[in-house]
Design a protein around this ligand. Structure first.
Ligand SMILES: [Fe+2]
Ligand SMILES: [Fe+2]
Length: 168
């Protein structure tokens, strides 16, 4: 299609991340329930609340471009979350469960970071300062979440998986 422009691509990508965020919102309580470490549980619960705010920010961006807030199936997040489900299933009650959950959650954060980074840049190019600011706010939140998860991984979870999972 020769007539597709950057604003079309921006709208499509906004629909992609809107779909992804709503999927993530449904998945975070499951991950919180599955997590063994109280710190990891708390991190997932905190991020669930943040995700609600991120969805509202996306709705504001849809408003700015004068479009209805509607998602578009995002195959990438479906795949990443399916892998997370697989971990919960296959590592249930195992010492490495939290390490697997952390890895799955960080894959989600990295996906979001790449999407928000791109959308923020495009919003700037398209001259939408307010949209760029909203997208940047979420981008910072996702980056901090990723760092928090790294902190939890370094502090305890991976160490515990190693300590209790040694071959006998
Ligand atoms: Fe998010
Ligand atoms: Fe996130």
């Amino acid at each position: 299609m020769a007539d597709k422009t950057l604003d079309t691509l921006f709208h499509d990508t906004l629909r992609d991340i809107y779909y992804a965020e709503r999927k993530i919102l449904k998945s975070l309580p499951k991950m919180a329930r599955a997590a063994r470490s109280p710190d990891l549980k708390a991190a997932f619960e905190k991020h669930k609340d943040q995700t609600e705010g991120q969805i509202e920010r996306l709705q504001q961006v849809f408003d700015i471009i004068g479009k209805a807030a509607r998602g578009k199936t995002c195959d990438a997040i479906e795949g990443i979350l399916a892998e997370g489900e697989e971990i919960m299933d296959e590592y249930k009650d195992s010492p490495a469960l939290d390490a697997g959950l952390l890895a799955a959650a960080q894959a989600v954060e990295h996906y979001e970071i790449t999407r928000y980074g791109t959308l923020k840049r495009w919003a700037t190019v398209l001259g939408m300062k307010d949209a760029a600011a909203l997208l940047d706010e979420t981008l910072q939140e996702e980056s901090r979440t990723d760092e928090d998860l790294t902190g939890i991984a370094d502090a305890a979870v991976n160490a515990e998986a190693m300590a209790t999972d040694k071959p006998v």
